[in-house]
Design a protein around this ligand. Structure first.
Ligand code: PMP
Length: 438
């Protein structure tokens, strides 16, 4: 496959854009470096690059594009919004409509506020939790990604219940010291952290189903225990559902049939993004009324946004949720993902390549290892070189994946059984080449 134009554009991009990319996750650094592929058009489940190669896309822009690219219903909504003016700086009726749709699907959200990204949504839930509890510290889980604000770019310290260390330059130690990072799916370390710091903890923040070190389900009882422990210590529970909301069913992890005991796993605050903007920039946060009343103009916690609730993003979000309300859409994504993962697993097994697939309905992660992946340590302890080789072989056969071993594959409403069959054949050929090169 020829990538001459991508290589030329990458050289040019490097001169003007830092690292040549506008988000580090787009670089090919983790898969051996070189020019990332520059795409020029996307339609349904497909991409075309600047060298006119066609790809089946499983990146779905890291999740938002659940209806496939340029879905006509969403495109129409965006076009109409653009014709009516893209940004008002005043309230609009559309915002009420999307807020109502979110509330109906996610009952723990009595009140909602729209922002522009998942990062902003998470960042503000932390501020609101701090304002409400009048405490400073937060507890989060290793490997969960919550955007790039200071407080959540903090890694675990040297022990299970030590204060954090910055995960990025430019984050003061004083901020890292407000964050405690513990392993996912492990209530003992959470308990130990709360025993040590509990009186200062404003919130326990978690991806209730993890999407950032593969797709990882909480173990039975983990979320119940987490909510109970947090509340016992007077801390709030924040769910980061930026990836998970509307991903597995029309609703969020809080109401997902794959998780039991819904009353016992309700958070106080929820952060949203990605799918709820239908492919345009968006974020939202919400929660219990008495907690959300901390937010300006009602309360003392300030949060604002020039672009927040803009008619274009809101219209795209409404249109996307309308597509997802159609009967059978989640069942079909589930069916295709099951076919695809069964095919890939069987092929890896045939070639003696260790592969652990974590599938949750239409999304899954494929880890090059022979152990289960239930926490970040286990996700890290996988074969990065095998992933990089697989990624390259798939790309060369027109299958577009995220260039990171931690990212999920997303089936969209646009994928077909034929796409799945073509992808399984490409995986078979990739594994064949990998085992031949061993
Ligand atoms: N939270 C989670 C769970 C995410 O996966 C992401 C982005 N991948 C974010 C927050 C940040 O969202 P954004 O990139 O829109 O700022």
């Amino acid at each position: 496959m020829n990538h001459t134009n991508s290589e030329r554009l990458y050289t040019e991009a490097l001169q003007h854009i830092v690292g040549g990319v506008n988000s580090p996750s787009r670089s090919f650094k983790a898969v051996g470096g070189g020019a990332p592929v520059f795409m020029k058009r996307a339609q349904g489940a497909y991409f075309w690059d600047v060298d006119d190669n066609k790809y089946i896309d499983y990146l779905a822009a890291y999740g938002p594009i659940i209806t496939g690219h340029a879905h006509p219903h969403i495109t129409k909504a965006i076009t109409k919004a653009a014709e009516n003016g893209t940004l008002y700086g005043t309230p609009t009726e559309l915002e009420i409509q999307l807020a109502r749709m979110l509330k109906e699907a996610i009952p723990s959200m009595d009140k909602v506020r729209f922002v522009n990204s998942g990062t902003e949504a998470v960042m503000t839930t932390i501020r609101v939790a701090r304002a409400y509890t009048k405490r400073n510290k937060i507890i989060k889980f290793a490997g969960c990604y919550h955007g790039h604000s200071d407080l959540v770019l903090v890694a675990a310290g040297s022990g299970p219940s030590t204060l954090g260390i910055p995960d990025s330059a430019g984050i003061p130690m004083s901020i890292a010291h407000e964050v405690i990072t513990v392993p996912f799916n492990n209530l003992e370390t959470l308990k130990a952290a709360l025993e040590k710091w509990g009186d200062d903890v404003a919130a326990v923040m978690v991806e209730p189903i993890v999407g950032n070190f593969g797709m990882v389900m909480p173990k039975e009882g983990f979320l119940e225990g987490l909510c109970k422990l947090a509340h016992d210590y007077g801390a709030l529970v924040i769910y980061d559902e930026v990836i998970t909301a509307f991903r597995f069913h029309y609703g969020s992890a809080q109401t997902f049939s794959g998780l039991a005991n819904h009353e016992a796993i309700q958070p106080d605050l929820t952060a949203l993004g990605k799918i709820i903007g239908g492919g345009l920039p968006i974020g939202a946060y919400g929660g219990r009324k008495h907690i959300m009343e901390q937010v300006a103009p009602l309360g003392p916690a300030y949060q604002a946004g020039t672009m927040a609730g803009n008619p274009a993003s809101i219209s795209a979000g409404i249109a996307c949720l309308e597509v997802l309300q159609q009967p059978g859409v989640y069942e079909e994504m589930d069916r295709l993902a099951a076919l695809l993962t069964e095919g890939i697993q069987a092929s890896a097994d045939r070639h003696g390549i260790p592969l652990t697939i974590n599938r949750i309905r239409g999304s899954f992660s494929a880890h090059f290892c022979d152990h289960p992946v239930t926490n970040y340590d286990e996700a890290q302890d996988t074969d990065s070189e095998a992933f990089a080789a697989f990624f390259r072989h798939m790309l060369s056969q027109g299958i577009n994946l995220a260039p990171s071993k931690y990212e999920a594959w997303f089936i969209t409403t646009a994928h077909t059984e034929q796409d799945v069959e073509q992808t399984i054949a490409a995986a078979e050929e990739s594994f064949r080449r990998m085992s031949a090169n061993k």
